[in-house]
Design a binder for this molecule. Structure first.
Ligand SMILES: *Cc1c(COP(=O)(O)O)cnc(C)c1O
Length: 232
């Protein structure tokens, strides 16, 4: 099947309220272009350098999402144009991005990445760390600043399930994240229409994630085919 057919297959599978992020990491700009012409506008990359390079070569109305760990020395390069940083994985990083956004007079939208998987290696906040941050002065100040139209806006949560065949476990992890999303939405963002994204679900589990309340799926290999890292 062509990339366009893969894309159509997935968009037919997902409800209208769920956003599709086409994860284009390691894939060439020609393929992104092909999908752009098929109507796709949101693309996700996990490396700042790669994102910058592709952005320069591609149409300006692409909505670029950063979905991988952001190193502090790279923040200044993406603040000018990133559509959504899905991978804010610590209070420290949240503050650093806000500082740079204020400096560049921008409003940056972000998601807090929550650690839901069993694996030790995945980045992210624990639920406890999120609550601590939301109860702290850090959050109060962010909110004050963002009212001026500059700084950082927390627009939801992102999570990645454990890499396993066990569908029940994946389902439970998504369920847990959705429940946490609802809890903090109610407690901290009740009148905040911007806090609305729950980014969960990838090629192998996006249908499961949507069943559990995902509003944004990040799909790479089911559109582009398998990634070949050894060829890079
Ligand atoms: C690579 C990646 C994806 C896409 O993975 P696929 O299994 O290829 O769909 C989604 N989210 C994040 C954070 C990723 O790094």
């Amino acid at each position: 099947m062509s990339l366009k057919e893969n894309l159509q297959h997935i968009t037919q599978n997902i409800p209208a309220g769920v956003a599709l992020v086409a994860v284009s990491k390691t894939k060439p700009t020609e393929q992104i272009h092909e999908l752009y012409h098929a109507g796709q506008r949101i693309f996700g990359e996990n490396k700042v350098q790669e994102l910058l390079k592709k952005m320069e070569e591609l149409p300006k109305d692409i909505d670029w999402h950063l979905i991988g760990h952001l190193q502090s020395n790279k923040i200044k390069y993406i603040v000018p144009f990133v559509g959504l940083i899905q991978s804010i994985d610590s209070a420290k990083l949240l503050q650093l991005v806000e500082k740079e956004a204020l400096k560049q007079q921008k409003l940056i939208r972000c998601l807090l990445q929550i650690h839901i998987a069993e694996e030790e290696t995945k980045f992210g906040f624990s639920e406890k760390e999120v609550i601590e941050m939301l109860d702290s002065d850090i959050f109060r100040e962010l909110k004050e600043h963002s009212k001026t139209g500059k700084g950082i806006l927390i627009c939801g949560l992102m999570g990645m399930a454990t890499f396993t065949e066990n569908q029940q476990q994946i389902q439970n992890e998504f369920k847990q994240l959705k429940s946490f999303f609802d809890t903090i939405k109610y407690t901290y963002f009740e009148n905040d229409a911007e806090f609305k994204h729950l980014s969960m679900g990838m090629s192998d589990d996006y249908l499961l994630a949507i069943e559990q309340g995902s509003t944004m799926v990040r799909v790479g290999s089911a559109i582009f085919g398998r990634r070949n890292y050894s060829a890079e």
